[in-house]
Design a protein around this ligand. Structure first.
Ligand code: XMP
Ligand code: MG
Length: 189
């Protein structure tokens, strides 16, 4: 039988500069965030709707929701803002909506990273306009140097410098999403 402890952590490839946040550190922080959410939503009578923003949040959301003890359901939403480049245009567009009707529900938007803030700013306003009971945000990472609009974040995992990061759901051209750690990408130039 396979010993899970013997499964190797994928090594850094030549395209990756360094590991920024290792897998154990991520897991410990996700548990802390879940504990805070359990505390804050204790006693809710309707399930909390976790809305993960595809695709980057799927691994964070999967780990976070499995540490929640408050009643919850999982849903997803997809937006596009970057076009083909890697710089946000501020032009956010909904490309896939949630399955659930969010009216009268407590909603927690789950996002991988806050960069300029355009995506979350758009989604918070969009979901609030649906008659939701509350809309809060949980982001694993934020790059404070990059904010263009102010977004109030209830739960933040880590603050990171202005570098492109991959792993734990985050990608570069769809690569590296499933690395268990978060690494800084070497950007050519
Ligand atoms: P805004 O600028 O709207 O963007 O806050 C948030 C979205 O930008 C993507 N993003 C990244 N994705 N590594 C990534 O893999 C990064 O370093 C990075 N910075 C921003 C991400 O899709 C997020 O949802
Ligand atoms: Mg994303």
């Amino acid at each position: 039988m396979t010993n899970i402890r013997s499964i190797a952590i994928p090594p850094l490839t030549a395209d990756l500069e360094r590991v920024l946040i290792d897998a154990d550190t991520i897991q410990r922080r996700v548990i802390e965030m879940a504990n805070q959410i359990n505390h804050d939503y204790a006693g809710i009578t309707e399930p909390l709707v976790l809305v993960g923003i595809l695709k980057g949040s799927f691994i964070f959301l999967a780990d976070l929701c499995r540490k929640l003890t408050v009643p919850h359901v999982v849903d997803f939403i997809a937006v596009s803002s970057y076009g083909k480049g890697s710089t946000s245009t501020g032009n956010v567009r909904l490309v896939m909506d949630t399955r659930e009707n969010l009216e009268k529900h407590h909603v927690l938007i789950v996002e991988d990273i806050l960069d300029t803030g355009y995506t979350l700013d758009y989604l918070v306003r969009n979901l609030k306009a649906r008659g939701t009971r509350s809309v809060n945000t949980a982001v694993l990472l934020e790059k404070p140097d990059r904010h263009k609009v102010e977004v109030h974040l209830q739960y933040v995992g880590f603050t990171i410098p202005d570098v492109w990061v991959v792993g734990y759901g985050l990608d570069y051209g769809e690569q590296y999403r499933t690395l268990p750690y978060i690494a800084e990408m070497k950007i050519p130039g």
